[in-house]
Ligand binder design. Sequence first.
Ligand code: MN
Length: 284
Amino acid sequence: MKNRKIKRILSANRQPMGEHQMYQPLPNHEFNSIDPFLLVHHHGPHKFAPYNQGLPFGPHPHRGFETLTFIYSGEIEHADSQGHTSAIAPGGVQWMTAGRGIVHSENIPQHLRENGGEMEIIQLWMNLPKKLKMTPPAYQGLQAENIPVAFSEDGLVETQIISGNFKDLIGPAKSLTNLQVLNVKANKGGKETYIIPDSSNILFYVLHGEVKVNGKLAIDHQLVEFVNSGETIEIETSAKSRFILASGEPLNEPVVSQGPFVMNNTTEILQAMRDYQMGKMGVM
Ligand code: MN
């Protein structure tokens, strides 16, 4: 097996969102998506003052794709029109299948709005193929203790397996599109090797740290873009680091997105808007 080839390493755009900072590695000025991965928003770390307003994500709809939120610090409360509610602590994730439509809200819990505190999260949007866009909506809230962790031989790299397999461990989140999602924390000098079929596209985002990826250095807020050649990804860290490594087969379908809806054509977007207005995605 040979090393997966890197096309380039891109720095995320920084986008202030109200009073907190947000980095957007995807989409970026070079490309729209890494099919099937549509969007990555990295919020924080942000220090909320006491009596703050929390996040500006009150009830809003989605259709046609899935969202995955990683909580690194703070806590996120999810509530949706299907009746799911859960508060997820650091090390946990929230995997929501919007499918044919859901309305949800995401915020830090009341104790963090009252007392203040730190929050760092990432939200990833994963596209669904045409045949699954109208699948029933679903929500999977997973705390850190529900998610297996594989250690590198040197013990310095901890790979959390959210979905898919790694080192004979199986991630608990059910992916409708067989995504492998790994959330990695490493100390300085750690080494690990990942094998990913060269037909899969890869989302590799470094939150913090210094990660040599197949010999090339990626640091804070950088996205590593690969070519579909080679299966092996070798990482070596020269500082305490965190990164996300997600992969999946490309859908190779037209993508038309408008705000919270991601469909295959404009007619379907207009239908989504009407269905939302008529309350067909539920109400909160
Ligand atoms: Mn949302």
